[in-house]
Design a protein around this ligand. Structure first.
Ligand SMILES: [Zn+2]
Length: 116
């Protein structure tokens, strides 16, 4: 159980904690799936993943992607390039929005690039 907890906590920080009940529902579901069927493979790098949770990513460039599951590293990478990440199983749903300071940093980066 701790592995997935860490996985989810790697995405959230103190002021952006996802709903505890939703998180618990997803954690329990993923753990049950693991016990029934074993883990899966990361949709991007094919590393083995203990907890299979589908991820929907809305990228900064407006494109969207759906993954069957992602390893921690690829999930972090998706988070950096996404405006929104959603992990959903049934009615339980975890959403990670881009932090305002990251948004500002991206705008600054864009402004610098446009000036050239
Ligand atoms: Zn991966």
């Amino acid at each position: 159980m701790n592995v997935l907890q860490e996985y989810l906590e790697a995405l959230a920080d103190a002021e952006q904690r996802p709903d505890k009940r939703e998180e618990k529902a997803l954690t329990s579901w993923a753990e049950l799936q693991f016990r029934l069927r074993g883990g899966g493979r990361c949709s991007i790098c094919h590393a083995s993943v203990r907890h299979v949770l589908p991820v929907h990513a809305e990228h900064l460039d407006g494109s969207e992607a759906d993954y069957k599951c992602l390893c921690t590293r690829c999930l972090q990478a998706e988070r950096v390039t996404s405006e929104r990440l959603v992990m959903r199983v049934g009615r339980a749903r975890l959403e990670f929005l881009r932090k305002p300071e990251e948004r500002k940093a991206t705008q600054k980066f864009k402004a610098i690039r446009l000036r050239r």
